[in-house]
Design a binder for this molecule. Structure first.
Ligand SMILES: [Fe+2]
Length: 210
């Protein structure tokens, strides 16, 4: 398979589709529990990647993504809080918000450590890979939320969804902007792809069995 800058995100998305989307959600409660946890911790991945990046323009992009996740200057709009508000509309909310399996926590902690030790271009690739399936994930999330008894309309009009349909577009744009800058700086596409693939593997392990 020939990897070029235009199709790197498509390759990552197609792997995610095969391994997660096509399998469908077996357990909506577990899926939401894991996604809520990831949502509450995801800025640590941006921070770990940021720690590896020496190029100020890319530092800016990563900080911007993390700042957005943290509510763009409004603590009440932190994305994991908006998701919790939405989940609280479900009668299963207490099961979704309870402590999750320690193996998921362990996987996350290992991933943060791994990311902190990546090369700059691999770390950028990881964030690109993390953002690449954002719309597929939103779709799965919607399915899971409907699965725990929240109506389609309530999901779509929720602040979490309204923000994400807009924001993910921006994140993906930032991801490919970062790739353009990286390529202009003479980094290797194969390393970006390697980082992206690790992000997809992480997401597959995180969501794949729920
Ligand atoms: Fe978000």
């Amino acid at each position: 398979m020939l990897i070029c800058i235009e199709n790197i995100e498509d390759i990552l998305r197609s792997k995610f589709r095969k391994q997660v989307v096509d399998q469908g959600i077996k357990d909506a409660v577990k899926f939401l529990q894991q996604w809520l946890y990831l949502s509450s911790q995801v800025t640590r991945l941006h921070g770990a990647a940021l720690a590896r990046v020496q190029i100020p323009d890319i530092q800016y992009l990563l900080a911007e993504i993390a700042y957005g996740e943290c509510g763009f200057g409004n603590k009440d709009k932190i994305h994991s809080k908006l998701l919790t508000n939405l989940i609280n509309q479900s009668v299963f909310a207490c099961f979704i918000t309870q402590r999750l399996d320690s193996s998921v926590v362990h996987l996350f902690e290992e991933t943060v450590i791994g990311l902190s030790n990546m090369s700059q271009d691999e770390a950028i690739g990881f964030i690109v890979g993390l953002e690449a399936p954002a719309y597929q994930i939103l779709q799965l999330l919607k399915e899971a939320l409907v699965g725990v008894g929240i109506s389609d309309i309530d999901v779509l009009k929720s602040e979490y969804f309204v923000i994400h349909y807009d924001v993910e577009k921006e994140h993906q744009k930032s991801g490919s902007e970062a790739m353009d800058i990286i390529m202009d700086s003479g980094f290797e596409l194969s390393k970006i792809y390697k980082g992206g693939d690790q992000a997809i593997n992480f997401l597959i392990k995180m969501m794949g069995d729920a």
